[in-house]
Write a protein that binds this ligand. Structure first.
Ligand code: COA
Length: 176
């Protein structure tokens, strides 16, 4: 597996993986699929502190992850939001972990201070993943989402990039 920065040519692959999650899961609170053109604009609007990374296996996109601004308000500038989406056939093979570790490292290099992951409380895989990488539970908002005809709770998981951690699962070799 190679972890690399996304390019405009990845827009369709990113959209395909994201749209599967939009239409079939509560991982995203989007309801409608995103077009490749929309994802292209999204990619081209990134700043260096807010990368989109691709996990590539045998030349195909197995997953992607991003750091996005948490808020436009300037006092939040050192806080970013983490998103990771892995194509269904590639889940549970270490792709999500590798992308998250690479994004943690990129956040550090960009002098970000805190990463946040907002995760629907029914998304057990995502919660287990961020917990195992050292994110801590910063609290739950109740019934803030409505999708698939039900109210959804969202927990915020936080990661302090400036607190040294011994975390062998995030060391080195997946980083670009
Ligand atoms: C959540 C997601 C990103 C995890 O990526 P992945 O590549 O499948 O996960 P990995 O194989 O890297 O596993 C990392 C850890 O996640 C947890 N995990 C992964 N799949 C899991 C599952 N089905 N059930 C419980 N825990 C799971 C485990 O703690 C695992 O560590 P371990 O292998 O040491 O047990 C992936 O399942 C996914 O894309 N899901 C749909 C979209 C989504 O939920 N995105 C997150 C939005 S916030």
């Amino acid at each position: 597996m190679e972890i690399r920065d996304a390019t405009a040519a990845d827009a369709a692959g990113i959209a395909e993986i994201y749209n599967d999650a939009v239409l079939t899961t509560t991982a995203s609170f989007d309801i409608e699929p995103k077009s490749p053109e929309d994802r292209m604009k999204w990619l081209l609007a990134r700043s260096p502190a807010h990368p989109v990374l691709i996990a590539e296996i045998d030349g195909a996109i197995a997953g992607w992850g991003a750091l996005s601004p948490y808020s436009e308000r300037p006092a939040y500038a050192a806080t970013a939001e983490l998103s990771v989406y892995v194509a269904a056939p590639h889940r549970s093979q270490g792709v999500g972990r590798a992308l998250t570790c690479a994004l943690v490292e990129r956040g550090r290099r960009a002098a970000l201070h805190v990463l946040l992951a907002r995760i629907c409380t029914e998304n057990e895989a995502s919660i287990a993943m961020v917990r195992s990488l050292g994110f801590t539970d910063a609290g739950t908002m109740h019934q803030v989402g409505w999708k698939f005809e039900r109210w959804l709770d969202v927990a915020t998981w936080e990661y302090d990039l400036d607190t040294p951690r011994v975390d062998t699962s995030c060391s080195g070799d997946t980083l670009t």
